[in-house]
Design a protein around this ligand. Structure first.
Ligand code: PLP
Length: 437
C-alpha cells in the first residue's frame, strides 16, 4: 500500500494560507489526495511521500517532452542566465513568431500571450473588432478557459436535450462559477457539436450578429471525440460564406496532434487558432495565430493586446526549444507518440474485456479519454454524459496505488519520452486497478 500521508498533511497546511489549498480549482479533485510533487524525470514523477508514478497527467497537457527534458532545460536555463524578462522587445519573439508562421498552416502572423485563457480572450476580441458583430457560437462540452465571457456550465437535463437536438434556438446558458457577471454570457450562442445542420441553421438565423464560431477541433475536453467527416470543413465553408471568423481552439491539440496542430493534420484553414499548453513545454506561453487582416487590427490600434510578461525570453526560448525537439527527424516523434498511445489504448480495451467491465476509450493520436459506460459508442456530448465518472475517479485512485498518475476525469496524455517500459508498467497497473474496482 502506498502512503499519501505527506501529501494529505501538506494540503492541510496549504489550506491555512493558500486559497482552496491548491493553485487551480481542478486539482483538488484528485483521490485519494491531491498529490504534492517534488520532481519529475522523463515520463515519471515523484511525490512528497516518495512514490514514483508513470505520468499521464503531464501537467494537464503541456509536458509533451516529459519532465526535465535535457535539451529543453538547457535552452531555457541559458535564456534565464541572460535575464528572464525585459519588458522590451527581443529577437527571440521574432524568431518564435516566424517559426510559428512556418509550422502552423493558418498563420500569417501571431500574437503572444501567457495562457490559453488569454489567447481565447484575444481571439474573441479580434473577431468582434474584425466583424463589428458581438455574438459568439460555442459548443456543449468544449472548454475555452475560465474568463467570464466564455466560461459556462450545463445542467445535465439540458445536455441530454441538446446533445441530440439540431435546434437553432439559443440555449439557456448557466454561468460556470459564482461571481461571474450575470451579463457575461449574453452574447454566447450554445450549440451541440458535430451537428452540421444545427450549426447551419443557427448561423443563418443570427448571421448579422455572429462575430465568431469557436470550437475545439477534437472535443478533447469531453470524451476526446473526433469531428465527423466533413463537419469542420462545413464549419469553414459556412463561416466564410457568412463573414464569420472561425476560431479553432487548439490549446490542447496545438503541437500535440502535429506541429501544425489539428488544423494542419486535418488540412483545414481556420481564420484564427489559439495554442498554448504544449507550445511552451510547461512554461507559460500561448499564441493566437491566423489571418494577416485580422491580426493587423493590433498594429492598427483597433484591438488592444496587453500583458506584462507577454513574449518574455524564458517563454519564447521554451517554445523554440519545444519546436526544435518536435521537429527532429522530420517530426518522427509524432509517429512514436501515436504508436505508444495505440499500444496503451489497445491494451486498456483488452483489459476492460478481460475484466468484463464495459468501457470505451476514444483516441486522437497521443491523447485519449477512457470512460466506464454501457454506451456502445461515445460520439456526442449526451452519450459522454452517461459515463460513470465516480467509478472512473475510483479507478484513477487505484491507478495511483499501482504507480500510474492519471487525471481523475479520464483524459490521458502521452509524451515523447513514454516508452516500452512505461507501456508495460501502465498496462500491469490497469490490470490491477480494474481487478480492484
Ligand atoms: N482552451 C482549451 C481547449 C483548453 O483545454 C484550455 C485548458 O485546458 C484552455 C483553453 C485554457 O487554457 P489555460 O488553462 O492555459 O488558461
Amino acid at each position: 500500500m502506498k502512503s499519501f500521508e505527506t501529501s494529505r498533511q501538506l494540503l492541510a497546511d496549504a489550506k491555512a494560507y493558500l486559497a482552496g489549498g491548491v493553485a487551480s480549482s481542478l486539482r483538488s479533485a484528485m483521490k485519494p489526495a491531491p498529490l504534492y510533487a517534488v520532481s519529475g524525470a522523463g515520463p515519471r514523477i515523484h511525490d512528497a511521500d516518495g512514490n514514483e508514478y508513470v505520468d499521464y497527467l503531464l501537467a494537464y497537457g503541456p509536458l509533451i517532452l516529459g519532465h526535465a527534458h535535457p535539451g529543453f532545460t538547457e535552452h531555457v536555463h541559458q535564456a534565464m542566465t541572460r535575464g528572464v524578462t525585459f519588458g522590451l522587445q527581443h529577437e527571440g519573439e521574432i524568431e518564435l513568431a516566424r517559426r510559428l508562421t512556418e509550422v502552423l498552416p493558418c498563420a500569417d502572423k501571431v500574437a503572444l500571450s501567457g495562457s490559453g485563457t488569454e489567447a481565447v480572450m484575444l481571439a474573441l476580441r479580434l473577431a468582434r473588432a474584425y466583424t463589428g458583430r458581438k455574438k459568439v457560437v460555442r459548443f456543449h462540452g468544449h472548454y475555452h478557459g475560465w474568463s467570464d465571457s466564455i466560461f459556462t456550465s450545463f445542467p445535465s437535463s439540458d445536455m441530454r436535450q441538446t446533445g441530440a437536438s439540431s435546434s437553432s434556438q439559443p440555449e439557456q446558458i448557466l454561468p460556470g462559477t459564482g461571481g461571474q457577471s450575470p451579463n457575461a454570457l449574453e452574447d454566447i450562442i450554445l450549440l451541440p457539436w458535430n451537428d452540421p445542420e444545427g450549426l447551419e441553421a443557427a448561423l443563418r438565423e443570427h448571421q448579422d450578429e455572429i462575430a465568431a464560431v469557436i470550437s475545439e477541433p477534437v472535443m478533447c475536453n469531453s470524451g476526446c471525440m473526433l469531428p465527423k467527416p466533413g463537419y469542420l470543413e462545413r464549419m469553414s465553408e459556412l463561416t466564410e460564406e457568412l463573414g464569420i471568423v472561425m476560431i479553432l481552439d487548439e490549446v490542447i491539440t496545438g503541437f500535440r496532434l502535429s506541429l501544425g496542430g489539428a488544423h494542419g493534420k486535418f488540412g483545414l484553414k481556420p481564420d484564427l487558432v489559439t495554442i498554448g499548453k504544449a507550445l511552451g513545454g510547461g512554461i507559460a506561453i500561448s499564441a493566437v495565430a491566423g489571418r494577416r487582416e485580422i491580426l493587423n487590427l493590433i498594429e492598427e490600434g483597433t484591438v488592444s493586446h496587453l500583458g506584462t510578461l507577454n513574449g518574455n525570453g524564458v517563454a519564447t526560448s521554451a517554445a523554440l526549444a519545444t519546436i526544435d525537439e518536435l521537429s527532429k527527424d522530420g517530426g518522427a516523434v509524432y509517429t512514436r507518440m501515436e504508436q505508444t498511445a495505440n499500444e496503451i489504448v489497445e491494451g486498456i480495451r483488452a483489459l476492460l474485456a478481460k475484466h468484463g467491465i464495459p468501457g470505451i476509450v476514444n483516441q486522437a493520436g497521443p491523447v485519449f479519454h477512457m470512460m466506464f459506460t454501457n454506451e456502445k459508442k461515445v460520439e456526442d456530448f449526451a452519450s459522454f454524459n452517461k459515463r460513470d465518472s465516480a467509478k472512473y475517479s475510483e479507478f484513477a485512485g487505484k491507478m495511483l496505488e499501482a504507480g500510474v498518475l492519471v487525471r481523475s476525469n479520464g483524459l490521458w496524455y502521452v509524451s515523447a519520452v513514454h516508452g516500452k517500459q512505461e507501456v508495460s508498467d501502465t498496462l500491469a497497473a490497469v490490470d490491477k486497478a480494474l481487478a480492484a474496482l
